[in-house]
Design a protein around this ligand. Structure first.
Ligand code: NAP
Ligand code: 3JN
Length: 337
């Protein structure tokens, strides 16, 4: 079997570390792993397959001989270096917002639109974590009952912001429990024991960029501009695992039982739905798993064809690293790289 030189850009970050862990877990056919980050990480090492590998600096020349480059170092790094990697023969799977809405770049969730991987021109974009977990559940419902409108509110963990945010929640929790005060650094307000209806920056419409990402990316991935989406994205003091309350209006009527049946057979979905016995998806339980979990599936009796549900996934895994590795696996299995 052919093996590949794989670069991970942002290898020292929350997403990059998870990518390396998942490449190992999935026994991805790696010939050589190149962990790359900024010059700040000079001298740092990562562990892969029992070996310590020194982190290199992400420069254009670092991509010589790379077959697959997984990027998660922010959109500026992606804009600067992804084209350099492609120029040197690599296929880039990019986790940033840099290319997601570019018509020349496929935006892929393998359970939803794997066919789009085939028309890439060097770069394939990984969607935003909140979009990914939602569309994995929306797709099988859309296929059966055609979705008209989605109203989503998110409850996003701090790991979505990166390693510094995880440390901030730990520190503030300790400070407040010890009777002290919490000083916000990463977030605009205290995150421990608090909830912030604010993710990314707001624009003149009153919506945040994170909310617009969910609207626009959903339409592109589902290949249907007619699906109306409105989102409220919220940061909660959870370390890992994003949760979403999702209201779906369909053209055809689906009962809760029918939706449960459809979702129980959907790829990448696990139904956890027995509220009478305390069974519903929880971020603390879902964290560390690759699937998208759905529960609290019930009819919205306020409209003729509506459903409500609760969707939870590990944002660092299915929301970022695992989705990227799935795309790479699809390319390998279909001889596209
Ligand atoms: P993080 O924990 O803060 O890590 C940032 C990583 O980027 C570190 O490895 C850092 O390296 C590296 N980096 C920063 N500036 C760099 C530069 N100029 N050149 C090379 N590497 C650089 O953040 P994270 O949570 O892993 O997120 C990283 C990025 O992934 C985000 O900015 C976002 O674009 C993407 N992301 C996507 C999703 C999604 O929804 N799909 C979710 C989360 C994140 P040093 O350690 O050397 O500074
Ligand atoms: O906040 C979250 O829970 C998800 C964060 C995603 C993120 C963080 C920094 C920059 C992104 C993203 O994936 O959209 C970006 C970005 O690349 O714009």
């Amino acid at each position: 079997m052919r093996r590949y030189n794989v670069a991970v850009v942002g290898a020292t970050g929350a997403v990059g570390r998870t990518m390396i862990k998942i490449l190992q877990e999935r026994k991805f056919p790696v010939k050589r792993l190149l962990p790359l980050a900024s010059a700040r990480s000079n001298g740092h090492a990562v562990e892969f397959m029992g070996e310590k590998i020194l982190v290199g600096e992400a420069t254009p020349a670092a991509f010589e001989g790379v077959d697959i480059a997984l990027f998660s170092a922010g959109q500026d790094v992606s804009r600067n270096l992804a084209p350099e990697a492609v120029k040197r023969g690599a296929v880039v799977i990019d986790n940033s917002n840099a290319f997601r809405m570019d018509a020349e770049v496929p935006l892929v969730v393998p359970e939803v639109n794997p066919q789009d991987i085939r028309w890439h021109k060097g770069i394939i974009a990984n969607p935003n974590c909140s979009t990914i977990q939602m569309v994995v559940v929306l797709k099988p419902i859309h296929d059966r009952a055609k979705i008209k409108r989605v109203v989503v509110s998110t409850y996003q963990a701090v790991s979505g912001t990166g390693l510094e945010a995880i440390e901030e929640l730990k520190l503030q929790s300790r400070q407040l429990l010890n009777g002290g005060t919490a000083e916000p650094k990463v977030y605009p307000h205290q995150i421990a024991f608090n909830i912030l209806p604010h993710i990314d920056v707001f624009d003149e419409t009153g919506y945040s960029k994170e909310e617009w990402k969910m609207v626009r990316e959903t339409k592109k991935i589902m290949g249907d501009e007619s699906i109306a989406v409105t989102a409220t994205t919220v940061r909660v003091p959870v370390f890992n695992g994003h949760s979403e309350s999702v209201n779906i209006e369909t053209v055809e009527k689906l009962t809760a039982e029918e939706a449960r049946e459809i979702l129980s057979k959907a790829p990448g979905v696990k139904v956890a739905d027995d509220p009478q016995h305390g069974v519903y998806p929880l971020p603390a339980v879902v964290s560390g798993q690759n699937e998208v979990f759905v529960g609290r599936i019930r009819e919205d009796f306020s409209i003729p064809c509506g459903l409500n549900m609760w969707i939870v996934a590990d944002n660092l895994r299915k929301g970022a690293a695992y989705n990227a590795v799935q795309i790479a696996e699809y390319m390998v299995h279909n001889s596209l790289v």
